[in-house]
Design a protein around this ligand. Structure first.
Ligand code: 4NP
Length: 159
């Protein structure tokens, strides 16, 4: 297993499970699943144990993408056991960085904004779609498909 990736948002029911599903979908298409361990988590714990939001799952299904994950909250252990943590917005980034600081020297994961890997947009944060309409879920998937492609092409060219 050469790449361990954790996608992080606030609730772990919309954006990060979608990022996980989109990335897994692209891995499958390229036959690279065996080289990656992929998971997602939320900085908050309100939805722990829940499936991804039904609106997010329906939008992903339209694109042939399954979102099977169950919500969990990020822990300090994740900062050691993953190589790369991808955050959806600036709040997530600050919260994960704070957790890394708390974990001290054992926090070896690299923490990066997901959209730093996108090439088709100038948007730097994946907008939270939870309180909005259907267009928000489509935008999340558009942004994530772009960023996942950039992420995968960068990582698959590394040894
Ligand atoms: P996510 O979206 O962070 O993309 O999973 C949210 C889901 C739930 C809530 C906020 C954001 N919430 O406040 O319950």
């Amino acid at each position: 297993m050469s790449h361990r990736l954790l996608f992080v948002c606030l609730g772990n029911i919309c954006r990060s499970p979608a990022a996980e599903g989109v990335f897994l979908h692209q891995l499958k298409i390229q036959g690279l699943e065996s080289q990656f361990l992929v998971d997602s988590a939320g900085t908050g714990g309100w939805h722990v144990g829940n499936r991804a939001d039904a609106r997010m799952r329906a939008a992903a299904k339209q694109r042939g993408i399954d979102l099977p994950s169950r919500a969990r909250q990020i822990s300090m252990e994740d900062l050691k056991s993953f190589d790369l943590i991808l955050t959806m917005d600036d709040d997530n980034l600050r919260n994960v960085q704070a957790l890394a600081k708390e974990a001290g020297g054992s926090a070896s994961a690299l923490i990066k904004p997901m959209l730093s890997y996108a090439s088709q947009t100038t948007i730097t944060e994946v907008p939270d779609p939870y309180y909005g309409g259907d267009a928000g879920f489509e935008q999340v998937l558009d942004l994530l498909e772009d960023a996942c492609q950039g992420l995968l092409s960068e990582l698959s060219t590394q040894e």
